[in-house]
Design a protein around this ligand. Sequence first.
Ligand SMILES: Cc1cc2nc3c(=O)[nH]c(=O)nc-3n(C[C@H](O)[C@H](O)[C@H](O)COP(=O)(O)O)c2cc1C
Length: 197
Amino acid sequence: MPDFSFEKDPFESFLGLLAEAESHKVPEYNAMTLSTVGLDEKPSSRVVLFKGLVRGGLSFYTNYQGSKSIQISRNPNVALNFFWPTLEQQIRIQGQSEKMTRAESEEYFRQRPRESQIGAWASAQSELLKNLDELDLRFEETKKKFAGQEVPCPPHWGGFIVRPDHFEFWFGRKGRLHERYIYEKEGTSWKRFMKFP
Ligand SMILES: Cc1cc2nc3c(=O)[nH]c(=O)nc-3n(C[C@H](O)[C@H](O)[C@H](O)COP(=O)(O)O)c2cc1C
């Protein structure tokens, strides 16, 4: 039985289940599908990595000039989804996203491997790329540019925080009689209910 109780605060359940997924060695256990609303009102999904709770929100890091960031700046409503197939568990989250402070983004950037720091400068995320040589060349040029010095956090790179107002914890069961536990924010407390699978 997973480390879950409907009585608990949803953040506590989320962190407990995430820790279990890590201890069960679920590949990419902290990968979450992030769905945003496009400028054309169409939904758009991609995977990003969950990097901890920051000021009561789920954090991830990205390029602020990429598609997802432009979409979030127009519409902060997002959805997140964790799926751990080997555990038959899914966590669905909805909420509003906001940019981290520059100091928070810089602090995280300093802890990143040097190659990832260089990559953040070299990749114009979501822009058209001619071919892989163009990307490799930009990487090598950036590497030379910062040789012998610390790589600073690019102004166009940083974190987002998603503040949830909806959680659903889903546990697979035999005969498709799955369990669904839902939390919806009501002021400062959470309304709890279940749904048929
Ligand atoms: C396992 C995995 C983890 C990823 N983690 C991130 C991430 O943390 N941040 C990020 O910007 N992109 C990440 N990506 C790449 C995104 O899925 C996506 O391709 C990229 O952010 C561009 O999306 P956009 O054009 O919609 O902005 C990851 C992809 C995978 C498959």
